[in-house]
Design a protein around this ligand. Structure first.
Ligand code: FAD
Length: 522
């Protein structure tokens, strides 16, 4: 019977062993187990794909890849695991666009969440009758949610820069982007979730119901359950966007203007989206220059600005102003008025008039170019930090004008502020405490040439050491810590609550082992 079968298997010590047991030992009521086991793929290709991620830094070989077609399959898999004397680990994997093995499960089972969209259920989405929210499967891509909701003239309110990633993947982290200064991260724009916990229970949770699971799962790094449905807040979608970049040669004016622009998040009279970039001067004056935004002559103009002023970096505020047919005649004046208040280098404002989808899917276009150039599937030792506003100038001096001044490849560097009151402290995500504003700084660099990865890793380590030494009070976003102590420091005062939630919702420690926060299953 099932119990004996499970006792005997002590599940999946090796792939071959698994095959043998799966075919030998079944009887009577084991149909349930057979059904689950038959959805676990162990072929070379499946295992190879699930052993790595976008980062191409960490490799971890799972014992199998599970292809659920419904949330009930996930419940069954998790129950199968925890019914074992020694349970196997389980990780939901969306697109695997993590950088440090967060969606890997060495020796465990990877749940290929994307297969949920391919079963009988197809695209799992349901719009509310009042059009205020959409229910979507955790496996859905944001780009698909965008297209589906646009058919009704609606869209989610807050976006990551890249949309070919899953709902579950970004909600497990936070989901930040240029709208976050006024609306908070994606996790602040969710009304309800279905979560399959590490106990194999499907629980519906919201700010009013099973509250602790709701706030644990949002930003919970996959530690407490598998998100199978999320109710996402919607707004009327704009048709078009004025997409703007304005350039600065000094960090003080740049940050002052960014903070001015985010200081009135509810008024709706400025930009709808605000981010920023730091372009270290090498990327403008040396090597191959290309940009999805700037034309070749604009890049020449910017390179001349660097040479003329001798500045170490160019800083851009990137803004977006949404508009529709009824506001088309006034949007340019509105932009002009706004730009008059800002202190960028005169003449260095660049404006594109694009559709809403073109604007939101800008990194998708970049991906296609990078893939064509063979520069997408390369190591990505990305480092994302939240830096308190009060220390951003020290950070700039120590990192951009210090550690990274001669960095090669310099790569893409993002830097933009957010209002802390748009984050919900009941969630497990951590932000720098004590200040109203913090900056997201993303060192999004690719290792293309030999030796790049080691160099970039050394620079990342130097940046983290600088932050520690100078007491900058940074927190990692999309965090990675090699030690338990690192994680304790990361979560700070939330650590005790986090550990208690883990004991409650995943007491056998089977979920998302690749994050390395808690000990593996036992
Ligand atoms: P995966 O890498 O598959 O999983 C990430 C983690 O989430 C894992 O621990 C996994 O177990 C867990 N997980 C996945 N699905 C579920 C689920 N259904 N339930 C519970 N846990 C789950 N992030 C931003 O916030 N803003 C950005 O602007 C941004 N831009 C990006 C641009 C690019 C080009 C890339 C590659 C990434 C970017 N990211 C950004 C980071 C991205 O949000 C995260 O890496 C995200 O986790 C990727 O989603 P995924 O579906 O690939 O998740």
């Amino acid at each position: 019977c099932l119990a004996t079968f499970l006792m005997v298997t002590s599940f999946l010590p090796t792939i071959n062993h698994f095959h043998m047991l799966a075919t030998n030992a079944l009887a009577d009521d084991d149909i349930f187990t057979l059904d689950i086991v038959s959805r676990i793929h162990t072929d070379h290709d499946s295992i190879a794909k699930a052993s790595s991620d976008f980062g191409h830094i960490v490799e971890a070989i799972p014992n199998g890849v599970f292809h659920p077609t419904s949330p009930a399959d996930i419940v069954a898999l998790i129950r199968l695991s925890i019914s074992q004397p020694k349970p196997f680990t389980v990780v939901p994997r969306g697109q695997g666009h993590s950088a440090r093995g967060q969606a890997l499960a060495p020796g465990g089972i990877v749940i290929d969440m994307r297969s949920m969209g391919h079963g009988d259920h197809g695209y799992r989405a349901n719009l509310s009758s009042d059009q205020l929210w959409v229910d979507v499967g955790g496996e859905q891509l944001w780009i698909d949610v965008l297209h589906a909701t646009l058919e009704h003239g609606l869209a989610p309110r807050i976006w990551t820069d890249y949309l070919h990633i899953t709902i579950g993947g970004t909600l497990s982290n936070g989901g930040i982007g240029g709208q976050a200064f006024r609306l908070g991260p994606q996790i602040s724009n969710v009304h309800e979730l279905d979560v399959v916990t590490g106990m194999g229970e499907m629980i519906t949770c919201s700010p009013d119901k099973n509250t602790d699971l709701f706030f644990a799962a949002l930003g919970g790094l996959g530690q407490f359950g598998v998100i199978t449905r999320a109710r996402i807040a919607l707004e009327p979608a704009p048709k078009r966007v004025l997409w703007v970049r304005i350039a600065y040669t000094d960090v003080e004016s740049f940050t002052r203007d960014q903070e001015l622009l985010i200081s009135n998040p509810s008024s709706g009279c400025g930009f709808d989206y605000i981010e920023g970039q730091v372009q270290l001067n090498r990327t403008l004056t040396e090597g191959r220059r290309s940009s999805s935004f700037f034309s070749a002559s604009e890049l020449d103009q910017l390179a001349k600005l660097v040479l003329d002023t001798g500045s170490t970096a160019i800083y851009y505020i990137e803004g977006a102003m949404y508009y529709n047919d009824d506001t088309a005649s006034s949007v340019n004046q509105k932009l002009e008025r706004l730009l008059e208040e800002l202190n960028f280098v005169p003449g260095f404002a660049f404006v594109r008039d694009v559709s809403y989808v073109e604007f939101l899917d800008r990194v998708g276009r970049e991906e296609r170019k990078l893939r064509a150039a063979g520069a997408w599937d390369v190591p990505h030792p990305w480092l994302n930090l939240f830096v308190p506003r009060s220390r951003i100038l020290n950070f700039d001096a120590g990192v951009f004008k210090g550690i990274l001044q001669d960095a090669k490849p310099a790569g893409l560097v993002l830097m933009y502020p957010m209002n802390r009151d748009r984050w919900d402290d009941r969630m497990t995500t951590t932000t720098p405490g004590g200040e109203d504003v913090f900056y997201a700084v993303g060192l999004l660099r690719s290792a293309v040439a030999a030796g790049d990865l080691e160099r970039l890793e050394r620079e990342n380590a130097a940046v983290l050491a600088f932050c520690d030494r100078e007491g900058v009070g940074c927190r990692q976003y999309l965090p990675h810590h090699a030690s338990r102590d690192g994680w304790r420091r990361h979560f700070g005062e939330k650590w005790g609550r986090l550990a208690a939630l883990k004991r409650r919702y995943d007491p056998r420690g089977i979920l998302a082992p690749g994050q390395g926060i808690f000990s593996a299953a036992g």
